[in-house]
Design a protein around this ligand. Structure first.
Ligand code: HEC
Ligand SMILES: [Cu+2]
Length: 334
């Protein structure tokens, strides 16, 4: 069951103009909220919490107190706006739905860059307050998955499973395995065991079964989704997990030794884990798409893995998951 992403949040950026105004006092008295950007270590956004009513324009005057940052709103299609030191960037936002919106920085300004987040609370007009729309909990919650549990496979492919090789045997797979629901809720290793036990596939060697797994995983994505996932990954994940998914991004070492990094301002032990190596088959092949998505949405528990739930749409989180499998499987791409 493939769920299309529900409603996109409509946010209108009426105006986004960067103007260099050296004299500070000038805009202080003028209309709008002056929003300062600083690296997370020295305070992040000030103010961090904003409130506005539905339909009311929110005028923001963005400026940076240190390096260039970038302002964006989670789960929206609006492009980010750069925020330069010593300059004012004006943005006007109009929200058409009540709720809490996360604003964040999209530039890798520091190790704790992802912590540069704030919240805009959008309130319903007076007299129209209603109970908030019920939102389905994420799939990992509905399935009751423990996304912090260790996972490792008892079977490993001899070589990279290939969807291209698997295609030829695809017609022998029982239909029950070809639903999107099956894909979302099973790890490749579980799927391998299920297929291995199928009488119709008895003649296939173990690697042939792995190639079928890769082919079915590819059937559950599209070239467009993979392209979107690739782009999101490069911008948001590669700095920690590495361009090639090997867990060796530019910040990986810093994350692994928090106490040694006195400049991060983080308490020791706050980031103690190396970013996951997505090429490690024993680990990743034991995770289901629902598990990976859950980790992306909720983040780690004090591990340094950010939570992306308020930043990405559900569609974007699935695109990321689809792309992560590319570190395990050979897939066709145009
Ligand atoms: C600031 C560094 C950092 C960034 C940025 C980051 N991660 Fe992570 N990630 C980690 C660390 C550290 C872990 C290992 C600890 C854990 O699982 O909580 C991890 C673990 C994960 C896992 C868990 C894998 C498993 O087997 O349970 C997934 C999935 C993941 N990251 C996806 C992503 C995606 C997708 C992005 C980008 C949207 C991303 N990460 C960005 C640091 C990062
Ligand atoms: Cu920043």
């Amino acid at each position: 069951m493939r769920k299309e992403w529900l409603a996109r949040i409509l946010i209108v950026v009426l105006l986004a103009a960067a103007v260099g105004i050296p004299a500070l006092g000038w805009w202080r008295g003028s209309q709008g909220v002056l929003l300062h950007a600083r690296m997370a270590e020295t305070g992040g956004w000030t103010p961090e919490n904003l409130t506005v009513a539905v339909g009311q324009p929110l005028h923001l005057r963005l400026t940076s107190d240190d390096v260039t940052h970038s302002f964006a709103i989670g789960q929206s299609d609006q492009p980010s706006v750069d925020v330069h030191p010593g300059e004012i960037t004006e943005v006007t936002l109009v929200f058409d739905k009540p709720g809490k919106y996360t604003f964040y920085c999209t530039r890798w300004c520091s190790l704790n860059h992802w912590r540069m987040r704030g919240v805009i609370e959008v309130t319903a007009p007076h007299g129209q307050e209603s109970t908030p729309e019920a939102v389905d909990p994420p799939l990992y919650v509905r399935l009751g998955l423990d996304i912090d549990a260790q996972h490792a496979t008892d079977v490993l492919p001899a070589e990279t499973p290939s969807a291209i090789r698997g295609k030829g045997q695809g017609q022998n797979i029982p239909a029950a395995y070809l639903t999107h629901e099956y894909y979302l809720t099973h790890s490749p290793a579980e799927f391998w065991h299920a297929l291995r036990a199928e009488p119709a596939l008895q003649q296939l060697p173990d690697q042939g079964i792995w190639d079928l797994v890769a082919w079915v995983w590819q059937r559950n994505t599209t070239p467009q989704e993979l392209a979107e996932g690739r782009q999101l990954y490069a911008i948001n994940c590669a700095a920690c997990h590495g361009e090639q998914g090997q867990g060796n991004g530019v910040f990986a070492d810093d994350l692994a030794q928090p106490a040694a990094d006195e400049h991060s301002g983080m308490a020791a032990g706050e980031m103690t884990t190396r970013p996951t190596d997505f090429t490690a088959a024993d680990h990743i092949l034991a995770a289901s798409p629902a598990h990976l998505q859950g980790k992306i949405i909720r983040g780690g528990m004090g591990t340094g893995m950010p939570y992306w739930g308020p930043i990405f749409t559900e569609e974007q989180t699935w695109a990321l998951v689809a792309y992560l499998w590319k570190f395990q499987f050979e897939m066709e791409e145009p």
